[in-house]
Structure formats: C-alpha cells, structure tokens
Design a protein around this ligand. Structure first.
Ligand code: FAQ
Length: 313
C-alpha cells in the first residue's frame, strides 16, 4: 500500500517529469474523476457519432463509397470500445457509463446533434469534423494518463484516414456538376460553425481547462486549438473551391493567424444541454440499440460463467 504522502509526491513528480500515470498508480480523486469524465464523454461521442454518417451507408452512391463509409463507421465503434476500456482501467463500469449517457447525466460532443441532409455531409464530416477531432486529439496522445494517451495514438491514425476520405470525396464532387458543387457548399455552410464549437467554450468560460492543463491532461487551451483548426481549414477551403460562411474570416499578417467571426455560444449551450436539432433522436436511438443488445450481453455473461465453472470442475 502506498501511503498518501508518498502517493501524492510520486504523482506530482510523474506529472512534472512528463511521464505517464498508470492505472495502479496512486492518483488524486479529482484526477480520476476528470479522466473518467473526459474519456467517457469522448467514448460516447464516438458511439453517438456513428449515427449521422451511419444513416448514409445504405444510400451511398457507389460500392466504393459504401465500403469506405462502412469502414469509417466501424472504426468509430472501435474507438468507442478502446475508450470505454481506458475508462474501465480507472474503475468505471461500462454499463453504468452508458446508463449515464442515456439518462443525460454525461455529455457527448455537440457536433453529433446536427442532421446529415445529403451525401456531401459525409464528405464535410470527414474534412471538418474529423479535422477538428485530429487537431484536438493529436496533443492528447501526450496526455498524462497512459491508457488514454495510448488509445489516442491509434485513434488519431485512423482519424487521418477519415479526414482524407472526406476531403477526397469533396474534391470529387467539386469536379462534378453545378448541383454537386452546390451540395458541398450547402454542407459546408451548415457544418462550419458547429465544427468550431467542438473545441469547447472560450477559455474564459472553460471551468475544467486550468486544472486539466496543470495535470497535463490537456496540452493546449480550447481557443488555441480552435485557432489552429481555422488556420488549417481556411487554405484547404480555398483549394477545394468552397467559401467558409464567415465574412470576418481574414488572414491577419501581424498575428500570423486568421481572424474569424463571433461564435454563437447560445446555440452551443442549447445543444449541450439537450436542446439541439437531434439530441432526442440520437439518445432514443442509442437507448434502443442498448435495449436490443441486452440479450447478447446476458448470453455472453452466462457463457463466461459456464466456462469459469467448467474450468473449476
Ligand atoms: N460538446 O471546461 P470545458 C469524435 C462540455 S471527436 C459537448 O472546456 P473540458 C470523432 C465539457 O464536457 C468529438 N460538451 O471542458 C468522430 C464540460 O462539461 P462537464 C469528441 C462539451 O473537458 C468524428 C463543459 O462543456 N472528442 O468523436 C463540448 O476541459 C467524426 C465545460 O467545458 C473529444 O471528446 C462539446 N463540443 O474540454 C467521431 C475529445 N465542449 O463535463 C465520429 C476529448 C465542452 O463539466 C465522426 N475531449 N463541453 O459537465 C476534450 O478534449 C475536452 O473534453 C473538450 C472540452 C475540449 C471537448
């Protein structure tokens, strides 16, 4: 048993030396709680995040697009599973986390509460939503909690493929008909601002950032990552031939960053408190899948019990 003072000292040194905290190490209760909160929210986002694109699998315009989309949505399921496993190393119970999500006691990313109205949305999700996810998650590969940081390395590799497939789909559509180009522009108009909201509230209104940065869970502030994403996306939009729906978006040579317009934080607050366009549908769908999968979990548990009994006999 590690006594409290030794545990606290070792934990502080581990963070200070930029080493990883591992599941059996002593850690402050607040650190454990924060990690479970962030990892669970991230896992829920991956699982709920299968829905907006999943609805297009049966309607993909070609066998190639269908195979790509199927692989992407399956990757998202895999990401959810690595992340729930990482949360379990902290003592969380997967079933309990799912219940908290369904009961609205744990959040998932605001972005997945918007509808996907055309196949161009699949491309824009890949380009902007996965692009924002990469921007946010690459620094998390150096997060102080070992199992989370290691899960993020694999997840980020797969997200890079997701982003490229989205951009390639959009490039193809932009080389197509006027109607296809209009579909892409319409999707960009609808997804741009919600993508900027993925980085969380502005730094001045982010209650968790200071402590998470001190514990080296987060490496950069919400606003810094958002700026990085805007700087990355503006030239990509130009190369693609689409206009980002922000008249204030402009290169600032002095700051060496793009300036951009004000984000509608009221909309963000509404979406994260359950009032977004599709919050109810997303959770209802998740609950249905959980209910319908109950017999599989029960059968798997009964089988495992039998195996254990057989091994003991
Ligand atoms: N949506 O104090 P902060 C993906 C909450 S990518 C909903 O700044 P923090 C891949 C926050 O939880 C999307 N809630 O919080 C994919 C907190 O609430 P609480 C998932 C949000 O934790 C692509 C409160 O607001 N990625 O799934 C959002 O320091 C395509 C105050 O905020 C991750 O989760 C939001 N956008 O920073 C899948 C990345 N923003 O719990 C399918 C890991 C904030 O106190 C298709 N997470 N909140 O009640 C993080 O990096 C951080 O948790 C932040 C928030 C940056 C999201």
């Amino acid at each position: 048993m590690t006594d409290l003072a030794t545990g606290e000292r070792t934990f502080a040194e581990t963070i200070e030396r930029d080493q990883r905290v591992e599941p059996r190490d002593w850690m402050p209760d607040g650190y454990r709680k924060t990690m479970i909160r962030q990892i669970a929210q991230h896992a829920h986002s991956e699982i709920i995040g299968m829905q907006p694109e999943g609805g297009w699998i049966t309607r993909a315009p070609s066998l190639r697009r269908k195979a790509i989309l199927l692989a992407k949505v399956q990757d998202e399921a895999g990401h959810g599973l690595y992340l729930y496993s990482a949360a379990e190393t902290l003592g969380a119970d997967r079933g309990d986390l799912t219940r908290r999500l369904i009961e609205g006691r744990q959040k998932y990313s605001s972005i997945f509460n918007y509808p996907t109205l055309s196949f161009a949305d699949v491309g824009v999700i890949g380009w902007l939503v996965d692009g924002a996810a990469i921007c946010n998650q690459v620094p998390l590969c150096r997060s102080s909690y070992g199992p989370y940081a290691r899960a993020m390395i694999r997840i980020c590799k797969e997200e890079s493929f997701h982003q490229r497939q989205g951009y390639e789909l959009l490039m193809t559509m932009m080389r197509g008909s006027d109607e296809q180009r209009a579909m892409v522009q319409d999707a960009v108009d609808r997804w741009w601002w919600p993508s900027l909201m993925m980085f969380g509230p502005p730094d001045a209104d982010s209650p968790n950032s200071a402590q998470s940065m001190a514990w080296r869970i987060k490496r950069h502030s919400n606003d810094d990552l958002r700026q990085r994403f805007v700087d990355m996306s503006a030239p990509q939009a130009e190369a693609l031939g689409v206009t980002l729906p922000d008249p204030a978006l402009k290169w600032n040579a002095e700051r060496e960053h793009y300036d951009f317009g004000a984000i509608d934080w009221d909309e963000f607050k509404k979406v994260i408190s359950g009032g977004g366009p599709l919050n109810r549908e997303r959770i209802a769908h998740r609950k249905r899948a959980d209910d319908e999968g109950a017999w599989v979990r029960e059968a798997a548990a009964a089988h495992a019990r039998k195996q254990r009994e057989g091994a003991r006999a």
